[in-house]
Design a protein around this ligand. Structure first.
Ligand code: GTP
Ligand code: MG
Length: 210
């Protein structure tokens, strides 16, 4: 079983969700980071950004139609739309670091959009669905090709299998220092913890390489 991201004082230091204020950046914000949220079709990227964003999130949903049935993998029968350009949201952590969150489309045929979105990004949160680990191979491969550091968050769906962390690491061929946590993309605290795990990793990577 994958451990949950550790609870963190930073997670308690985040502003309230969108709708409760927070349109403008706090004057204490002294740093910013562009972060990608990636993963296969229907893994929860749009959901996660909408859950954590302190501003009204931007989404670019389009209906999924029969025209895509041969190229889009099966998703939950309830899913009617898919992201066709990007998601965008903002989250300030620890009062002074603004994360600008860019969600990518899930389908590999949108790779050119991915490559554009990745420009200037410091790292990525890769969402994984434990019900289909192979569906994440393309996204993780893209991150490696782009040389972007990332953390992996298993978005837990009901009735999904509960794999051991080691098995997931092996299946996804993760490096030993790549963080692996679980989250529920519909839950703000859990999604923020996953993002904080990523930020810590990015700081670690930056410190190691300097
Ligand atoms: N049970 C459960 N459902 C979730 C979770 N995250 C997302 N969902 C649902 O799964 C569906 C897909 O979520 P999206 O956020 O649209 O997925 P996406 O990764 O943005 O999908 P694409 O843009 O099409 O690639 C939605 O109906 C969500 O309500 C989760 O953590 N648990
Ligand atoms: Mg989406």
């Amino acid at each position: 079983m994958v451990s949950k991201a550790p609870s963190d004082t930073l997670a308690e230091a985040v502003p309230p969700p969108a709708g409760a204020g927070g349109k403008y950046l706090d004057s204490n914000v002294s740093g910013a980071a562009k972060i990608l949220v990636v993963g296969p079709l229907g893994v929860g990227k749009t959901t996660l950004i909408g859950t954590v964003s302190e501003i009204e999130p931007l989404s670019t949903e389009a209906p999924m139609t029969q025209a895509g049935v041969r190229v889009d993998p099966d998703v939950d029968s309830g899913k009617k739309t898919t992201t066709v350009a990007l998601d965008f949201g903002r989250l300030t952590i620890d009062g002074d670091l603004a994360l600008y969150l860019f969600g990518t489309p899930g389908q590999q045929r949108f790779l050119p959009a991915w490559q554009d979105l990745a420009k200037g990004a410091l790292g990525a949160l890769a969402l994984v669905d434990a019900r289909d680990l192979t569906a994440s191979f393309d996204a993780l491969g893209n991150l490696e090709d782009l040389d972007l550091p990332f953390a992996v968050a298993v978005n837990v769906f009901p009735r999904g299998p509960r794999h051991d962390a080691d098995d997931i690491r092996t299946a996804l061929d993760l490096l030993p220092d790549t963080p692996l946590v679980t989250c529920d993309a519909r839950d703000r605290a859990s999604s923020i913890r996953a993002l904080i795990t990523l930020v810590r990793h990015l700081i670690h990577v930056a410190t190691e390489s300097s």
